[in-house]
Design a protein around this ligand. Structure first.
Ligand code: FAD
Length: 312
């Protein structure tokens, strides 16, 4: 892109988020010689929470840390500007030049913005949850399961993430209680494995009503939705695996979100504001997978390039 002297501090594109979508977008933007800034709280996004990554083209299974390293090396090759470890806290998307502000109050200007902020784990919403977070309550079994060797633990949830967490935990823990609001919805193959384990007790149509313990988690109180019966499970660990929420808070009053809170985009990753694009798990594009996010990131960067050319 050509630009005059006083425009030097304005980026062509700012990408928010360095998960697979944002990193793929960064590569495509850099290859189009766009003046690019990548801002992210971390590198790798949800891939850092995975035990292994399946289904990425070229690898039937790959170690997440190794995959992120490869993504990162690829991005680094282009020498684009990056700010890692900072959160974007506000955006002004209205004008031709957009502004992006980070948690330390720094503001950056750009002609286009790509939002690739992904998702984060949903919480139970119980009062003691914050206090006991990291003190028995965990949101990533692949990261934290090894801390619970020989312990009695519970898993909240009944979908694939919860069942995968329980399968990880039976290798390590003494016992695993699965507490699900609904009948189990995860894959039958996982359900069979868990039902055949003598370490596992399954409570379906139960809700967790209380987290017990002052300094560390000592147990959970659960209540049957059918009978109202209340029980206490003495557990040292609770893995909350009840789904993910989109990191779309920064645009909730600015862009159209669907009922799940995902940013609504068209097939070229356009939002309804010209020059503002979104990609990956934060959007309404279905099938949340690394390969899908990386493909959408590429599309968003190419769409941003197309938009910039159309403005010249
Ligand atoms: C446990 C687990 C296992 C999985 N296993 C697989 C698998 O085997 N195969 C597969 O294909 N997929 C798997 N997935 C799904 C895959 O990880 C996601 O689809 C993919 O990571 C989505 O990429 P993304 O870039 O859209 O978002 P994310 O990976 O969520 O990345 C978002 C990035 O944005 C940053 N960010 C968020 N908000 C802000 C902000 N305000 N300011 C700055 N930065 C911000 C985050 O720090 C992060 O770096 C798994 C997911 C999980 C949780």
């Amino acid at each position: 892109m050509t630009r005059s002297g006083n425009e030097r501090d304005i980026y062509d594109v700012i990408i928010i988020g360095a998960g697979p979508a944002g990193m793929s977008g960064a590569i495509y933007a850099a290859r189009k010689l766009l003046k690019t800034l990548l801002i992210s709280k971390n590198v790798g996004g949800q891939v850092t929470d995975a035990w292994e990554i399946d289904n990425y083209l070229g690898f039937s299974q790959v170690d997440p840390a190794g995959l992120i390293k490869k993504f990162n090396e690829h991005v680094e090759k282009f020498g684009l500007e990056r700010i890692i470890g900072k959160e974007v806290t506000s955006l002004d998307l209205a004008g031709e030049v957009k502004s992006v502000t980070t948690s330390d109050g720094s503001t950056f200007l750009s002609r286009t913005v790509i939002i690739a902020t992904g998702k984060r784990p949903r919480k139970l919403g119980l009062p003691e949850e914050k206090k006991l977070g990291g003190k028995g309550i965990a949101y990533c079994a692949t990261c934290d399961a090894p801390l619970f060797a020989d312990a009695d633990v519970a898993v909240a949830g009944g979908g694939n993430s919860a069942l995968e967490a329980a399968l990880d935990l039976i290798k390590i823990a003494n016992s695993v209680s699965i507490v699900s609001l609904t009948p189990l919805t995860g894959d039958p193959i996982y359900q069979d494995k868990l039902q055949n384990s003598d370490k596992v007790t399954i409570y379906t149509e139960y809700e967790i009503t209380k987290l017990l313990g002052e300094k560390v988690l000592e147990g959970v109180e659960i209540r049957s939705l059918k009978t109202g019966k209340v029980e206490r499970l003495a557990v040292e660990g609770l893995f909350v695996e009840i789904g993910l929420i989109p990191n779309s808070d920064i645009v909730k009053d600015k862009l159209n979100l669907n009922k799940l809170g995902e940013i609504v985009v068209d097939y070229k990753c356009h939002t309804e504001i010209p020059g503002v694009f979104a990609c990956g798990d934060v959007t309404n594009v279905p099938f949340k997978q690394v390969i899908v996010a990386a493909g959408e990131g590429a599309k968003a960067a190419l769409a941003a390039y197309e938009y910039l050319i159309s403005q010249e």
